[in-house]
Design a protein around this ligand. Structure first.
Ligand code: CMC
Length: 428
């Protein structure tokens, strides 16, 4: 028998169906709540609200499980590649060898960006944060490909926009970095794979040979896989809500990039390294900083700790912690902040404050340490997160469109002034 939930308001009972997901999670379907009861729900930060049904990513925060289209993140990080995972997220199944070759070739064919993009880039001062530049350049694609504004665009056109997004993202990202350091931009070298191409655009200098270190490019590929999707988080919900107005894929994803930028979301990876540096400079007393994080009168939070959904451990953090050890060893890097990170984790995991609140290291805690070992500057950490998250945003935007979901429009409980007559300025 189908499950239902009963709600009693002012003694009157209402029944709502319970929707059960493929992993047994339950949601009370209140689609007709307002119509039948005259009330709405109130849920700050959407902590208990399912905004959609989605077949892309499964996440069990209590058990620390993360799966893309049914495949475990551990398996994918170990055996797959970022472009294969991108295909999986966007189209629902792993590609055949022919499908992957076509997908990869299509992406290679679109890595160049219009030369006029350079004029836009030139308008940004070198003090611009690369995330702001990235979001702007990404949205600027609407100017170069206005056909993407058509909300009823045929599937081939939508495919082209998705390919262009994946192809040009590393070019925009590397150019945002070049703008920050005041160097001339590099063009994409299509003889290289996705990550190596990005690294060359980032680091190659004119008239110098540039060699790709396979340790660096494969570590980067793994990091991108780990960031590729994470169901209805702040930036993904932003992409979906913007997309629900039938805004273009470029403007929807540009909004997602902006949402990711905040320090409580993707911006945390940059904050973690700054925090570790600060603790190091301060003498490395981790207890002092743990106490600051616990002090409710102190705005300091332990960056890279805690998660809205994971209440056991973040499986991505486990993989990244191990990858950090491997990468640092292979590259022969000795990063003193890694020791501070390990000490902080150790102290926090024994501390009742963190235990009671189920606060564990999240994906951002160790990722900055690897990025730094790979030579990525701190300001670019969140940009790296955005490159990784792009296939997830695309998949979610496509799903929303295919499911013909209604425009996102939350309700509110108004708490402002009641009606008051306007009083002219000279009578006040
Ligand atoms: N340091 C100290 N206390 C914390 C922390 C932290 N990092 N995170 C949560 N708490 C406390 C918080 O003060 C609250 O305590 P109390 O119940 O006494 O008021 C309790 O734990 C619950 O926190 P919350 O802010 O209500 O939880 P949330 O689900 O709204 O926030 C979070 C989740 C990730 C924003 C938060 O844990 C946080 O600010 N962490 C630091 C920033 C960070 O690392 N963000 C990256 C998240 S993972 C990457 C991504 O997907 O974006």
């Amino acid at each position: 028998m189908a499950k239902t939930a009963e709600l009693i308001i002012d003694g009157k009972s209402y029944t709502f169906p319970i929707v059960v997901g493929s992993e047994g999670e339950q949601g009370i379907d209140i689609s007709n709540l307002l119509e039948s009861t005259g009330t709405v729900t109130l849920d700050f930060g959407y902590k208990n609200t399912g905004a959609t049904k989605s077949a892309i990513t499964f996440l069990d925060g209590d058990k620390g499980i993360l799966r893309y289209r049914g495949y475990s993140i551990e398996d994918l990080a170990d055996k797959s590649s970022f472009l294969e995972v991108s295909y999986l997220l966007i189209f629902g199944d792993l590609p055949s060898p022919e499908q992957l070759t076509k997908f990869t070739t299509d992406i290679k064919n679109h890595t160049m960006v219009h030369e006029d993009i350079k004029k836009i880039l030139d308008g940004f001062p070198s003090t611009s944060h690369p995330m702001g530049v990235l979001a702007s350049l990404f949205c600027a694609q609407t100017a170069f490909y206005p056909e993407a504004l058509d909300p009823n665009r045929a599937a081939e056109g939508v495919y082209l926009s998705m390919i262009r997004s994946l192809a040009k993202m590393p070019t925009f990202a590397a150019w945002a970095f070049k703008n920050a350091v005041g160097h001339p931009v590099n063009y994409p070298d299509n003889s290289l794979d996705y990550c190596s191409r990005f690294l060359k655009m980032m680091f190659a200098l004119p008239a110098e040979d540039f060699e790709i270190d396979p340790v660096v490019s494969s570590a980067l590929d793994k990091l991108l896989i780990l960031h590729a999707d994470h169901e209805q988080n702040c930036s993904t919900s932003t992409v979906r809500i913007v997309g629900s107005s039938k805004a273009s894929i470029y403007s929807s994803i540009s909004a997602g990039i902006n949402a990711l930028w905040g320090p409580l979301h993707g911006g945390a990876n940059q904050e973690v390294i700054l925090m570790l540096e600060q603790i190091k400079k301060d003498g490395g007393d981790t207890d002092k900083w743990i106490n600051k994080a616990k002090d409710k009168n102190d705005p300091f939070r332990l960056m890279g700790f805690g998660h809205r959904v994971y209440k056991n451990f973040d499986p991505r953090a486990k993989i990244i912690k191990k990858a950090a050890d491997d990468v640092l060893e292979k590259l022969g890097v000795n990063d003193p902040t890694l020791e501070i990170a390990r000490k902080l984790e150790e102290v926090a995991l024994r501390d009742p404050y963190f235990i009671e609140r189920k606060l564990y290291p999240n994906v951002d805690f160790y990722s900055g340490i690897i990025y730094r070992a790979l030579g990525i500057p701190v300001d670019m950490f969140t940009v790296m997160f955005a490159i990784g998250r792009l296939p997830g945003w695309i998949a979610q935007w496509k799903e929303l469109r295919e499911n013909k979901e209604p425009i996102g429009r939350p309700r509110q409980i108004y708490t402002g002034a009641n009606f008051r007559p306007y009083v002219a300025l000279d009578k006040r």
